[in-house]
Design a protein around this ligand. Structure first.
Ligand code: C2E
Ligand code: MG
Ligand code: MG
Ligand code: MG
Length: 285
């Protein structure tokens, strides 16, 4: 937002010149122009990471995650461009691309792989998308185009976003009305609390990786995770532990009766063809 304010201030011609801020604005403009070009050039692509049942590790679904194949910088992760895209108004286009691309792929898997295809597709939504009046229709039309039942799609929103104003709440309710599922992403990192969980129209709670990372060593984190799981389950919500990297973490999450896990232990995010190769290989084994 500092960058954004500087840009705004620049437009209003009332900014004291600050070289560091100038540098940031120039950098942001570079990324912005680069991203516009990338969208036209088709440099964005989607990778898929499995979500598995605990215990056992049977895949239940996949999360779609965007990547940018940059001509000189190599593969760039969303942490480096989603925030800028959000600030300069490109996130709608990126979000639409990810939704269309991943739904097309998911429908294709279901048609060709049958019961071996991922059972559910998770797609992340940004703040700007949740505020866009066309989102609900866009989701409806995309599902219809590929003849996908809405319950096969789960849209992920962060807890801070989900707990926001009435407009966002209305959009979430409209999405639920459509029949898609909703997941609360990165749970525990925002400001909403367990006491408010029942107010949000979500089906799934994804416990943030930062808690999982310390679950074995920090008693307080383990207690928080366990409380989250108990509260979520009492509300008939599914729980997912994000960022499981070790067998020890998996065992602990299983012991705490977390429903699902996601993380490098089960598989890193990979391109569609690679995921398909792994599915086919596993079926043959
Ligand atoms: P997220 O939705 O919480 O996604 C999970 C992130 O954790 C992904 O990072 C994934 O690669 C990473 N991850 C998964 N398992 C592990 C693990 O075991 N260890 C570690 N260290 N990391 C793990 P990624 O792909 O870089 O995405 C970062 C964030 O960017 C996402 O967090 C999400 O908030 C956002 N994002 C990604 N794709 C999209 C998109 O298409 N649209 C929007 N709006 N945001 C997206
Ligand atoms: Mg997510
Ligand atoms: Mg997450
Ligand atoms: Mg997270």
């Amino acid at each position: 937002t500092a960058m954004y304010e500087a840009k705004r201030a620049g437009r209003d011609c009332c900014m004291v010149f600050d070289p560091a801020m100038h540098e940031r604005v120039v950098r942001q403009l570079e990324i912005e122009n680069d991203l516009r070009r990338a969208l036209r050039a088709g440099e964005l692509f989607v990778v898929y990471q499995p979500i598995v049942a605990l215990p056992g590790g049977r895949a239940t679904g996949v999360e779609a995650l965007v990547r940018w194949r940059h001509p000189s910088r190599g593969v760039v992760t969303p942490g480096e461009f989603i925030a800028v895209a959000e600030e300069v108004g490109l996130i709608d286009q990126i979000g639409e691309f990810v939704l269309r691309e991943s739904c097309a792929r998911f429908a294709d898997w279901r048609a060709r792989l049958g019961p071996r295809a991922p059972g559910q597709l998770n797609v992340n939504l940004s703040r700007a998308q949740l505020r866009s009046p066309g989102l609900v229709e866009q989701v409806r039309a995309t599902l219809a185009e590929h003849e996908l039942a809405p319950r096969l799609l789960q849209l992920e929103v962060t807890e801070t976003l989900a707990a926001q104003d009435e407009a966002v709440q209305a959009t979430l309710r409209a999405l639920k009305q459509l029949g898609v599922r909703l997941a609360l992403d990165d749970f525990g990192t925002g400001y909403s609390s367990l006491a408010c969980l029942h107010l949000l129209p979500v089906d799934t709670v994804k416990i943030d990786r930062s808690f999982i990372a310390h679950a074995e060593s920090v008693e307080y984190h383990r207690v928080l995770i366990e409380a989250t799981i108990r509260v979520a389950q009492s509300l008939d919500m599914v729980t997912v532990a994000e960022g499981i990297e070790t067998a020890g973490q998996a065992a602990l999450m299983t012991r705490l009766r977390c429903d699902h896990g996601q993380g490098w232990l089960y598989g890193r995010p990979v391109e569609a063809a690679e995921l398909e190769r792994r599915i086919t290989e596993a079926a043959a084994a």
